[in-house]
Design a protein around this ligand. Structure first.
Ligand SMILES: Cc1cc2nc3c(=O)[nH]c(=O)nc-3n(C[C@H](O)[C@H](O)[C@H](O)COP(=O)(O)O)c2cc1C
Length: 189
């Protein structure tokens, strides 16, 4: 669980990023590790923050999904160029799947085209050609014609439960969690 000071700092910086005209204020780098120890990273969107941690949504059968099954430990990194002359936030912790109801609620709020895309995209698998994807989109548009698009079971959210957060503002502040207790210290730049 994040403490109030950490949560407030994170939410305030996110608000500042949204207000500052950052192009993708919710974009964050997500690094995962596979079963052989190989690291990979990609951008995902931060879709919510609360005392549990930071939430993002994806395809559970994607490469990152398989990596998270093998190793829940992740690292996140956010760079807000326009906030206070450049802010970096680093987060480390375990990614846990959200409860189905929470993923359902978020999925229901998405644009219909994104919902269809979640069914049509075999994220991370080889796509033989563009037409194949378009045919899959058409297939699911047909399947869900005239009714609500339900959440695919292979698509949903994770919450990253931090055990380390670092805010690099005018100084580097590192928060570490030991059990449920958070302590902070400064680090050399
Ligand atoms: C700005 C931006 C935002 C993205 N947001 C997400 C996201 O929220 N969820 C997601 O699964 N992929 C997102 N992607 C795509 C991922 O970067 C990545 O290509 C995809 O998830 C497949 O990753 P994987 O093969 O390592 O699993 C985003 C890409 C960009 C450039």
């Amino acid at each position: 669980m994040l403490n109030t000071e950490i949560l407030d700092t994170l939410l305030r910086l996110l608000d500042e990023a949204k207000a500052s005209g950052e192009h993708e204020p919710s974009a964050m780098n997500l690094a995962t590790v596979d079963s052989s120890g190989r690291v990979s990273s990609r951008i995902v969107l931060l879709k919510g923050v609360d005392e549990r941690g930071l939430r993002f949504y994806t395809n559970y059968q994607s490469d990152k999904g398989s990596q998270l099954d093998a190793h829940p430990q992740v690292a996140l990194c956010i760079h807000w160029k326009q906030v206070r002359e450049g802010v970096q936030v680093r987060v480390e912790g375990a990614a846990r799947k959200l409860q189905a109801e929470e993923s359902d609620a978020y999925f229901a709020s998405r644009a219909r085209l994104s919902q269809i895309g979640a069914w049509a995209s075999l994220q991370s698998q080889t796509l033989p050609d563009r037409d194949t994807f378009e045919q899959r989109v058409a297939r699911y548009e047909h399947e869900f014609e005239g009714r609500e698009v339900t959440r695919p079971p292979h698509w949903g959210g994770y919450v990253v439960e931090p055990d380390m957060l670092e805010f690099r503002l005018h100084e580097r502040v590192r928060w570490s969690r030991h059990g449920q207790t958070w302590t902070s210290r400064l680090l050399y730049p």
